[in-house]
Design a protein around this ligand. Structure first.
Ligand code: NAP
Ligand code: NAG
Length: 275
């Protein structure tokens, strides 16, 4: 048994570490997001002027829905198309010009036209092994995504954005991480002019359906100091802002990999939405 002196020293060290960690991200406007925040209004305006067309895969999901909402609020695109397996209903003026293409993902070649003529694409598609079984998971998270990317490329898409996950690795022993690594690599082979991969940690949101494990995870992260939790988790709204803030910036890199930290940095930058 360690003595009380050792314990209190350990406790003091822990408190000191927590304070230090909290100081690091203290102070509004520090770090890389500051320059971005200043640049954003002009970047967005220049982007709007290009009248670009965009599609979203998985717009009914937690991330896709938040992405759609945010991109409409920022009115970044002249044309917004959702590609999905069912037609969605939305309330509100903002959604009235949103186009929808309902497709059968098992026969995606028959729906090539849905993928025609979009400058930018975002893929937030995904299921879980629990929902769809191992085979079903691979079918959706790898095969549907790859086929969609292929059709998007053929349809003229210049910038493809893929929502992946922290730890994606095509040589992982874990099915989830391996499949995510495989789909990342598969899309890379298609050679889009620009390809952005987002690898967030646990997505923090108020999920509509119940996933007890995720709920517990979120409770756990929610109870940690901000600076610790943010290493392994990220709010959905931060992810979608990072995606859009990235898209409005031009890039000379063909491929960009944004890890959880980069997503936090970029997603925190926030200029006024409209000029
Ligand atoms: N949750 C996390 O903590 C976490 C962390 C890192 C990365 N990710 C990844 O982020 C991505 C998005 O996550 P999310 O939580 O936003 O997803 P979500 O809420 O579960 O939404 C999934 C989307 O994919 C669609 N989809 C699922 N199965 C389909 C099928 N068989 N055919 C056609 N469409 C199908 C859904 O459409 P319907 O509405 O029609 O079902 C929905 O639009 C996933 O790839 C996930 O692996 C998640
Ligand atoms: C974008 O649309 C606006 C209004 O319809 C038009 O004035 C402008 O010339 C268009 N810009 C480009 C680059 O096509």
């Amino acid at each position: 048994m360690p003595g009380p002196a050792v314990l209190s020293a350990a406790a003091a060290a822990l408190v000191a570490a927590l304070l230090l960690l909290r100081r690091e991200d203290a102070g509004p406007g520090r770090g890389p997001s500051m320059a971005m925040t200043e640049a954003l209004p002009k970047l967005r305006e220049d982007f709007r002027m290009q009248n670009k067309s965009v599609f979203i895969l998985g717009a009914s999901g937690e991330t896709g829905r938040a992405l759609l909402k945010e991109m409409l609020e920022q009115s970044l695109f002249s044309k917004v198309t959702l590609i999905g397996r069912r037609k969605l209903t939305f309330g509100g003026e903002a959604y009235k010009n949103v186009n929808q293409e309902v497709v059968d993902f098992e026969k995606l070649e028959d729906y090539a036209s849905a993928f025609q003529g979009h400058d930018v694409g975002f893929c937030c598609l995904g299921t879980t092994r629990k929902k769809a079984g191992a085979e079903g998971f691979v079918r959706v998270d790898r095969d549907y995504v790859l086929k969609s990317a292929e059709l998007a490329k053929a349809g003229g898409c210049k910038h493809f954005n893929l929502l992946s996950t922290i730890g994606a690795d095509k040589s992982s022993n874990f099915l989830y991480l391996r499949v995510k690594g495989e789909v990342e690599a598969g899309v890379e082979e298609l050679k889009f002019d620009r390809y952005s991969v987002f690898r967030p940690g646990v997505l923090l949101c108020d999920r509509q359906e119940s996933r007890p494990a995720e709920w517990l995870f979120r409770k756990f992260f929610g109870s940690l100091p901000e600076s610790w939790a943010s290493g392994y988790s990220v709010p959905v709204v931060t992810v979608v802002r990072a995606m859009l803030n990235n898209a409005v910036q031009s890039s000379d890199k063909k491929m960009e990999l944004l890890d959880n930290k980069a997503i936090h940095d970029l997603g925190k930058a926030n200029g006024s939405l409209k000029p």
